[in-house]
Design a protein around this ligand. Structure first.
Ligand SMILES: [Zn+2]
Length: 437
């Protein structure tokens, strides 16, 4: 075995795996939600922030807002990057107003996913597909369309009903070992079991992955997508941190978590979504039909070489985040000193972490615009910047437009090409404030 592979396995062996850790139930809010180690190593403190999807109506402007700490820790044993539990999950997810089907680029993404999975795993009328956190059936509708038996699991009743009305069978429940056991008793075994952007929002990660183990057919495949920790750390994407996201995963830590529940990650794909995500592929650890791919080996090696399992990898993140803040404020101050009108584009959840951490209110941004009609007439949480429809840009012809959903900057720059008519500057805040050419 070449030396690099030996060192790979030596480092992985240091991550805790096995049934001891799988039994950990995260009741203690100051312990790692995977391995139970006390959380002592601070990665970054983003100060106090309100819940990032809590957009204010005008009648709330004279009232106080709840703020919670936004402090990120890295576990010194398993290197899971995580928030302590500052907000109870019930307080975040009971009134879930996000409907996945509103985003056309996201629908294209899931349709391609359907095509890839059907072809690669030969799915057909005898297969069973299950999606965890299936939302309004945005993804499963494409499997149903192909006549593949599908089941969604979605705890938000209003969103699940939309899926059911579309013909996507959906159970209105939280997913975990308990539901997985009941489904298995009913004879449901998933040939393809997937979750998109749910793992980061799971409080009890062991119950969730343990449930996947139970529900997966003997030769079935699990796929899970999440924002990649490596992109967060290396590109100062601190604004992807918010209370709704409890955990931030590297491939190596995800591998350790799945391994502790008897699931082996045999493949991985790097995706451009959300500023850089991973789609991991898992199977039962005794499934010999799915050899580990070169892509998985290469990513594992790349993360090890980058130092993902080394405390030093996380140490200067906070300093670099502060630097990002200073550069952005310097830029905004210079624009304001020159008498320019500066506004925002977009009111995404991530924008609110950025605005609150940097202290950007209407002293820097007169307003922001968003395409989602739900947000029009509302105000950004904490910073209280008014949100208007995009037409406002043409009416006021601002000098500078700060693009808050920077992960979509190319798409947005194309949409905003008309603002060049009056010479507007388009700016992205991260990793360092930059004017788009
Ligand atoms: Zn841990």
């Amino acid at each position: 075995m070449p030396e690099t592979e030996e060192s790979t396995f030596a480092a992985i062996a240091e991550i805790p795996t096995g049934p001891h850790f799988a039994s950990y139930v995260p009741e203690d809010r100051t312990c790692c939600r995977f391995c139970g180690e006390a959380l002592r190593d601070l990665m970054v403190d983003l100060g106090m922030s309100p819940l990032c999807e809590d957009f204010l109506t005008a009648d709330r402007l004279n009232r106080m807002e709840p703020f919670y700490p936004l402090t990120v820790f890295v576990c010194r044993r398993c290197y899971l990057v995580q928030l302590q539990e500052y907000v109870r999950p019930e307080d975040i997810f009971t009134e879930y107003a996000y409907f996945s089907s509103y985003s056309t680029s996201w629908l294209d993404h899931v349709r391609r996913y359907r095509d890839d999975m059907v072809e690669r795993w030969g799915l057909g009328p005898d297969s069973q597909v299950v999606e965890v956190a299936s939302n309004d059936g945005y993804a499963l509708q494409y499997f149903v369309e192909r006549g593949i038996p599908s089941l969604g699991i979605e705890p938000a009743a209003n969103v699940a009903q939309v899926a059911i009305d579309k013909g996507v069978p959906t159970r209105v429940e939280f997913f975990g070992r308990d539901l997985a056991r009941r489904l298995a008793e009913e004879g449901v075994r998933a040939d393809l079991l997937f979750g998109k952007n749910v793992l980061a929002q799971v409080h009890d990660v062991n119950d969730f992955v343990g449930g996947m183990k139970i529900l997966l057919a003997p030769d079935g495949v699990v796929t899970v997508e999440f924002p990649h920790l490596e992109r967060l750390v290396e590109e100062q994407q601190f604004d992807t941190i918010y209370h709704e996201h409890f955990s931030y995963f590297s491939f190596l830590t995800a591998e350790a978590i799945f391994a502790s529940h008897g699931l082996r990650l045999f493949d991985v794909a790097e995706l451009p979504t959300h500023g850089g995500s991973l789609r991991i592929f898992g199977c039962h650890d005794d499934d010999a039909t799915k050899p580990t791919t070169d892509r998985a080996e290469a990513l594992r090696r790349r993360e090890l070489e980058a130092g993902v399992l080394d405390p030093r990898y996380y140490r200067d993140f906070a300093r670099r985040v502060e630097e990002t803040k200073r550069r952005l404020l310097e830029y905004l101050i210079a624009q304001r000193d020159a008498g320019k009108q500066v506004v925002g584009y977009g009111a995404p959840g991530k924008g609110n972490t950025l605005l609150n951490y940097c202290g950007i209110r209407t002293d820097f941004l007169d307003y922001t615009v968003d395409r989602n009609p739900y947000k029009h007439g509302r105000f950004t949480p904490g910073t209280r910047i008014p949100i208007h429809p995009p037409e406002r840009l043409r009416e006021t012809e601002p000098d500078v437009i700060l693009i808050l959903p920077w992960n979509l900057k190319d798409e947005i720059a194309a949409q905003l090409s008309y603002t060049r008519e009056w010479g507007a500057e388009l700016v992205v805040p991260i990793p360092t404030a930059t004017v788009l050419k």
